[in-house]
Design a protein around this ligand. Structure first.
Ligand SMILES: Cc1ncc(COP(=O)(O)O)c(C=O)c1O
Length: 495
C-alpha cells in the first residue's frame, strides 16, 4: 500500500506522483460511476445520526492517507448529498450540473488562479463569457459583467449600483444617512426574498421595497405599480428602482419586461431584471419572445448553475453601463496598483466590479459547459423541462385527487393533494415523498395555500420521473388520509 500521505519535505506535493495519480484516477472514476448510475440511487436520503456524529471529530493535527479520506467521502458524504444531480429532484430551483462541468471544476482547482484581477488567461476566459452574455442578452459593448456566487449576490450588487447612481458616488463615503432623499424600489409580491434583503443590506431598509400586487398569471400588476409610484412621489419619496422577474421563484411567471422598461424610463428609475433561472430561457426559441424586454434592462442577474447546468456556484451579473458599475465598487489600494505591462496590467479587474477581491475560476466550468454542449443543446434542455412541466400539469389535471394551484408558465408546477386539512397534509406529503427517496419536490404557498412545488430544472429529468413524483404524491396522500376523519387525521399528522 503506497504511502500517499508522504509529501516532499517543505511542500505538500506527493513524493510518489505515480501512486497519487492512480488514487486520483480512482476518485475520478468513482464520480463518473456516480453520475452514470445516479438513477440507481435514492434522490435523497436522511443522514443517520451516526453519520452526522462522524462530523464532530477533533481537529486533524496529523495528516492521513488520501485513500482513507476518500473512503470517508464515499461512505459519509456522497450518499447524503443534496440530491439535485438526480433526475427525480424538483425541489427549489436546482440545476443538475454536468460531467463536463465537473471536469472543468477540477481543472480550475488544479490551475488555482485568483480571478480578482491581474493579467492572465483565466481573466480572459471570464471576459469571453461576459462578451458572450452581452451578445446573448442584447447588451451594448460597454456593458460590464461579473461572476458571483448566485443571483442573491448579483441582485445585491445591482441594487448598490442603482442606489449609487441616484444618490451619487459620494454616498460610498458619506453613507446613506447623509442623504435627505427617501428612496423607494418596486417589485411584485412574487419577487424573490433576495431583492428585499438587498434593500436591507444596502442601507435603505427593506421597507423601501414596495411590493406590488400580481395579476392572475402571478405577473406584476402594471396599473398598481404606476399607482404606487405616483402615491410615493406625492408623499415625498423618490422611486429609484424597478425590479422585474424573468421567472418568479414560486410559479415561473415572467413579468411584462417590455412595459417595465418603459415605466422605468418614464420615471427615471433603474430597471433591474431578476432572471435567476428564467433569463437563460432566451436559449429556447419558444421562450425567448417572452423575455424580449431583458435587453432594455439596466442590469440583469441570473445563474448558470440553474438552467445552465453549470455545477454550483456560478451566478452572474450584467450591467448596461460598465462605468457606473466600476464607480460603485472600485477602491484604490497601493497593493493593487495597476500597470500597463507585467502581471499587474489589464485593468479593469473583476475586483473593481464587486465586493470580492479573491475570486475562484467560476468562468472555466461555464466556458466549458457553453462550448462543450453548445447553446442549442442547452436551449433544448430548457424547452424540455418546460414540456415536462406541462406534462406534470396535465397529470395533475386528470387526477380527481390532485388540484392545480399554479400551472406551468415555465418549468414550475404547484399542486396539492385534496384533503380535509390540505396545508398540513401536503406539507407532510412533501416530507414523506422526499424521505421515500423516490422524488424530491419542495413546497411553497400560492395565495396563502400550501402547495407541492416541482421546479423541473435538471437536464436528466424525464417523463418517467414525473410519473414517479405523481404516483409517490398520490400514495403518500392516500396513506395519510385513508379512512381518517378530520380528528384522526389531525392526530396522525402529529405523529
Ligand atoms: C427568482 C429568483 N431570484 C433569486 C434567486 C436566488 O438565487 P441564488 O440562490 O443563486 O442566490 C432565486 C433562487 O432560486 C430565484 O428563483
Amino acid at each position: 500500500m503506497p504511502n500517499l500521505q508522504a509529501h516532499l519535505p517543505g511542500t505538500l506535493d506527493p513524493t510518489d506522483w505515480d501512486a497519487f495519480r492512480i488514487q486520483g484516477h480512482r476518485m475520478l472514476d468513482d464520480m463518473f460511476h456516480y453520475l452514470e448510475h445516479i438513477r440507481d440511487q435514492p434522490v435523497w436520503r436522511p443522514m443517520p445520526e451516526s453519520v452526522r456524529a462522524d462530523f464532530r471529530q477533533p481537529l486533524p493535527i496529523e495528516g492521513a492517507e488520501l485513500s482513507d479520506i476518500h473512503q470517508e467521502f464515499l461512505q459519509r458524504i456522497l450518499p447524503y448529498s443534496n440530491g439535485n444531480v438526480h433526475p427525480g429532484f424538483t425541489g427549489w430551483v436546482h440545476g443538475g450540473g454536468s460531467a463536463a462541468g465537473m471536469l472543468a471544476e477540477m481543472l480550475a482547482a488544479g490551475l488555482n488562479p485568483n480571478l480578482g484581477g491581474r493579467d492572465h488567461a483565466p481573466i480572459e476566459v471570464e471576459r469571453q463569457v461576459v462578451e458572450w452574455m452581452r451578445e446573448l442578452f442584447g447588451f451594448p459593448g460597454t456593458a460590464s459583467g461579473l461572476f458571483v456566487t448566485g443571483t442573491s449576490m448579483a441582485n445585491l450588487i445591482a441594487v448598490l449600483i442603482a442606489r449609487d447612481a441616484v444618490l451619487g458616488f459620494e454616498v460610498r463615503r458619506g453613507g446613506v444617512a447623509a442623504s435627505a432623499l427617501r428612496l423607494t424600489a418596486y417589485a411584485s409580491t412574487a419577487a424573490h426574498a433576495s431583492v428585499r434583503r438587498a434593500l436591507d443590506f444596502c442601507g435603505l431598509g427593506s421597507d423601501a421595497l414596495r411590493l406590488v400586487s400580481v395579476d392572475a398569471g402571478h405577473r406584476i400588476n402594471l396599473g398598481a405599480l404606476r399607482h404606487m409610484i405616483q402615491t410615493d412621489r406625492a408623499t415625498g419619496y423618490l422611486p429609484f428602482l424597478i425590479v422585474g422577474a424573468a421567472g418568479t421563484v414560486d410559479t415561473g411567471a415572467i413579468d411584462d419586461l417590455d412595459s417595465l422598461a418603459v415605466i422605468a424610463g418614464e420615471e427615471g428609475a433603474w430597471f433591474h431584471v431578476d432572471g435567476a433561472y428564467g433569463a437563460l430561457g432566451v436559449l429556447a426559441p419558444e421562450i425567448a419572445p417572452r423575455l424580449s424586454g431583458i435587453g432594455a434592462a439596466d442590469s440583469l442577474a441570473f445563474d448558470f448553475h440553474k438552467w445552465g447546468q453549470v455545477p454550483y456556484d456560478a451566478g452572474f451579473l450584467l450591467v448596461r453601463d460598465g462605468e457606473l458599475h466600476r464607480k460603485a465598487f472600485q477602491s484604490p489600494a497601493a497593493y493593487l496598483e495597476r500597470e500597463t505591462r507585467g502581471l499587474a496590467a489589464g485593468a479593469v479587474w473583476p475586483c473593481d466590479l464587486g465586493p470580492d477581491l479573491s475570486r475562484g475560476f467560476r468562468a472555466l466550468k461555464t466556458w466549458f459547459t457553453l462550448k462543450v454542449y453548445g447553446l442549442k443543446a442547452l436551449g433544448e434542455t430548457i424547452a424540455r423541462t418546460c414540456e415536462l412541466a406541462r406534462y406534470l400539469e396535465a397529470r395533475v389535471r386528470e387526477s380527481s385527487e390532485l388540484e392545480l394551484l399554479a400551472g406551468a408558465s415555465l418549468n414550475i408546477v404547484c399542486f396539492r393533494f385534496r384533503a380535509p386539512d390540505p396545508d398540513r397534509v401536503n406539507a407532510r406529503i412533501v416530507i414523506e415523498v422526499q424521505e421515500s427517496g423516490l422524488a424530491a419536490p419542495s413546497s411553497t404557498r400560492i395565495d396563502g395555500e400550501l402547495a407541492i412545488r416541482a421546479a423541473i430544472t435538471n437536464h436528466r429529468t424525464s417523463r418517467a420521473d414525473i410519473d414517479v413524483l405523481v404516483e409517490a404524491t398520490l400514495e403518500a396522500g392516500r396513506r395519510l388520509t385513508a379512512g381518517v376523519q378530520d380528528a384522526e387525521l389531525e392526530a396522525s399528522l402529529h405523529d
